[in-house]
Design a protein around this ligand. Sequence first.
Ligand code: AMP
Length: 435
Amino acid sequence: MGFSSFKLHPKLAASIKALGYQVPTPIQVQAIPPVLAGRDVMGLAQTGTGKTAAFVLPILERLLPGPRGRVRSLIIAPTRELAEQIHVSIGELGRNTHLKSCTVYGGVGVNPQISKLRSGVDIVVACPGRLLDHLAQKTIDLESLEILVIDEADRMFDMGFLPDIRRIIRQLPVKRQTLMFSATMAPSIRKLTDEVLSDPVTVKIGHTNPADTVSHALFPVEQHLKTRMLMELLRQTDTESILIFTRTKYRAKRIGQELQKAGYRAASLQGNLSQNKRQEALDGFRDGSYQILVATDIAARGIDVSNISHVINYDMPDTTDAYTHRIGRTGRAAKTGDAFTFVCQEDEPQVRAIERVLGARIERRVVKNFDYTTPAPKRDVEFARPPRPQRRDRGEVKPERAGTGKEENRKTGKGSPASGRTGFSTTGPKPAGGG
Ligand code: AMP
């Protein structure tokens, strides 16, 4: 997904280009459309995720056509440093717009701020204490306010600013759009959202910073060793609730069965299940009677289980969006989670794309005491399925059959002939008829 899908003003598109942003970050993907649509938004995201542009871009878009020189947007930040950073971002992203912003915080002279405010600004980035002083002295006029942003609400709370925030909000027009960002959803923050946001859209991006709630790890492995490695990894890892993603329906089913055989409380969720079976798997996973759920991306849509401790990508997702969706199922809010991804050599370009979005290299790990040298069996078990024709699910790779050469990935449009198929062992013998 590119920035063009937001249909931003060409002036903003030009600044995005000049800054070298190629694709929106996950918080931008999720937050920009509802903010543009005028909705109140609660964004669970921390610094480093691109959250500043996620609110600055739609604010600029909204302010571009209207009257100039009145404060139409107020951004409240807990520290001067953050206020300055936001102000700089507004300058960069809005450099072609002639919209003006200024900062308001304590510890520096008040007079330059007063004259700047008098000269006419469109956006004010403020820390709470000094803003209250300006309001008391009537040196700031917020009558025309349309959009309020409360950034890093959890830090505001830690610093004892919530009473100040409430005092400020009481002096603002009631009819406005409000956006709030916080790294966590502590009870105090939830209470504040109930008070200040109206019918908000909540976007959760706790996982984009690898150092925070989710730890990401890649496990390089050859295709034919994946199942064995999965078993070993599960044996060695302290897990609660695990969601495993596979690329095909057939694999989801087969791995579910193998896990059951190995004594795990596991179920699989894939497009071929009846609605009853599907519901039974979902309910069982939610209430803990299944510890492991194996699913394809499509089948897993809408799963919202808050206590998933591990997401395991048995197969690499096709897109970076799919990756963030998958791992977004763990590490929700203040909880921590692990995202393990099995990668074959062919997956490297996709790994690099994901690392670009995360803004960090993902740690490579090996499973201790696991024999990586076992050669592929004659007929690769990963593809040895009964040759029964199946209906295709859009966006999923058709379950593969050794040697047909006909499987295709309709989502990416990539054909994968048997001779060069994704994830196939490069050292083991070729499957029957494959090449
Ligand atoms: P923030 O989380 O807002 O503090 O942003 C973190 C860093 O990411 C800043 O240096 C931004 O300039 C940068 N950034 C924001 N959006 C993007 C994007 N779509 N692509 C690349 N870098 C970005």
